[in-house]
Design a protein around this ligand. Structure first.
Ligand code: B12
Ligand code: SF4
Length: 438
């Protein structure tokens, strides 16, 4: 069989398909799924953010990965392939959350993790005996996952970091998150219990890929102190540079931050979300303490690790002053880079249910309306400013040259990657006039 795996792009607010020129990372889900395809079949990968989908190219099975952001486009691609009598399989976080909706556009929906169900599905497809839903229990043991098929992507489509010939490589070392923030889809999908891959398999995967820069996709690289320490010790001899995600309480882990820096960590993505303790309580993310954020940034910088701060606006009490205070804080503390999001009520989350019950969603199924100029996904009584306007204000304040100059002066070697990311975000910001990207 000929199998094509597709990561759809998404619609920007003006209704255009998002094509950034170069993407930050290749889609790890598809690299994994491709590695699970038995060698008797032919498999290819299309990342639609950076390359077109060739509907004419003959194919037997199309597998499409979904999030709530790309789902509208995913359904269009699925519908087009079904018109051409190609078997369409949908998987990933959105299809898992809303399988009945997904089945209106697909022959098969795969729920949750697919390491075992995907090969079974392909056998069934070859025999012409497909089920409609495949649902494997979460794997307790992550030993023996295949190495992602990095060879199937074209490096020229991705951001190439300084001093590297290859793109930044996504690597997953663990699954699950013990927290349950109200806006986040992760815990329901991957579970509360963290499951770890064997360290020697991760080391082998990185060595074989020949990557110089790795993005660890784990939701919290420091989730277990002992394991994080062991992983850092094993990574050190590889002489790679890496980006990881850690939580805002990590300032207490000075020794671990030092070990991570020593192992090559150069950028840490941290979900600050807000500087407002009320907002954090409303989002069930009380473990974030805004008065500790500055210490975390300082300790990271002392260890030559940049910070990628993630911030969201759009709770009912967020206004222009909230943005001013937040951006001022980020500039004063020299946050290396930041991403500003509007509050997104992802289906399946507590936030979604709450806003839906209160009739506060602009569209109950907002994901089917992305690309139609929605300025907010949520409405509040007496609202004077949209979430999109707040994100725009933050982008304009944070990515102007004055701010970049104040935060960097002359960037040092370890700051080059986030510095380049600032220039790229600035370019995107100018193109979209600062608006949300979807
Ligand atoms: C790394 C990451 C990114 C990276 C790159 C993603 C990439 N290209 O690989 C970056 C930083 C660029 C990114 C960006 C964004 N991300 Co992101 N990201 C993640 C993260 C942390 C890990 C994703 C990952 O690689 N997982 C590992 C792979 C192996 O898992 P997987 O994709 O789920 O695939 C498995 C199964 O789902 C299944 N599967 C998946 N697809 C398919 C398809 C078929 C056919 C089959 C059979 C099976 C199958 O099989 C796989 C193996 O078991 C997740 C959180 C998480 N823990 O999942 C958020 C997450 C996916 N991101 C999210 C969001 C919202 C975004 C952004 C929209 C952020 C923003 N607001 O702008 C952007 C959008 C980018 C885009 N183009 O769509 C949300 C999506 C929520 C939702 N319900 O849709 C998540 C879940 C985080 C969250 N807090 O909720 N992201
Ligand atoms: S936002 Fe981060 S800490 Fe909170 S549940 Fe999601 S992955 Fe876990």
């Amino acid at each position: 069989m000929k199998i094509k795996l597709i990561c759809p792009t998404f619609y920007d607010p003006e209704g255009n398909l998002f094509h950034p020129g170069k993407a930050m990372l290749p889609p790890l889900s598809l690299l994994y799924l491709a590695a699970l395809v038995p060698p008797k079949h032919k498999v290819s990968i299309v990342d639609e953010t950076v390359q077109p989908v060739d509907f004419v190219d003959p194919v037997d099975v199309v597998g499409i990965t979904t999030t709530s952001i790309n789902i509208r486009r995913a359904y269009e691609i699925a519908d087009e392939y079904r018109r051409r009598n190609v078997t369409v399989v949908l998987g990933g976080i959105h299809a898992t959350t809303l399988p009945q909706e997904a089945l209106e556009h697909a022959d098969v929906v795969v729920l949750g993790e697919a390491d075992d169900s995907w090969p079974t599905l392909l056998d069934d497809a070859a025999r012409g005996d497909l089920q409609t839903i495949y649902d494997q229990p979460r794997r307790e043991d992550l030993t023996g996952l295949p190495h992602p098929r990095y060879d199937l992507i074209e490096p020229k489509h991705y951001l190439i970091p300084p001093f590297s010939k290859l793109p930044i490589l996504p690597v997953q070392t663990a699954r699950g998150c013990p927290h349950n923030c109200d806006f986040c889809s992760v815990t329901k999908f991957w579970g509360k219990k963290i499951r770890f891959r064997p360290i020697e398999e991760i080391v082998e995967e990185i060595q074989l890929s020949q990557a110089r820069v790795v993005f660890f996709t784990d939701d919290n690289f420091f989730a277990s102190l002992t394991r994080a320490r062991e992983l850092c010790d094993a990574l050190k001899p590889l002489h790679i540079r890496f980006i990881c995600q850690i939580d805002a309480t990590s300032y207490k882990r000075e020794e671990l931050i030092h070990a991570a820096a020593d192992a090559g960590c150069r950028l840490a993505f941290v979900g600050f979300e807000s500087l407002n303790t009320r907002a954090l309580a409303d989002l069930n993310k009380q473990f974030n303490k805004p008065d500790e954020y500055a210490s975390l940034i300082r300790i990271l910088h002392e260890n030559e690790i940049g910070i990628y701060a993630s911030i969201m606006f759009g709770l009912e009490y967020d206004d222009q002053a909230t943005v001013d205070t937040t951006v001022k804080f980020l500039i004063e503390n020299k946050a290396d880079i930041a991403a500003f999001f509007r509050l997104v009520p992802f289906p399946g989350t507590g936030l979604y249910e709450r806003l839906k019950d209160n009739h506060q969603l602009v569209h109950d199924e907002w994901w089917l309306h992305l690309g139609t100029g929605l300025k907010s996904l949520v409405r509040y009584e007496g609202e004077t400013v949209t979430a999109d306007a707040l994100v725009k204000q933050a982008n304009q304040q944070f990515f102007n040259f004055g701010s970049i100059l104040r935060r960097y002066g002359f960037p040092r070697r370890w700051q080059l990657l986030p510095f380049i990311m600032n220039l790229s975000s600035r370019k995107k910001m100018i193109k979209s006039k600062g608006s949300c990207s979807f």
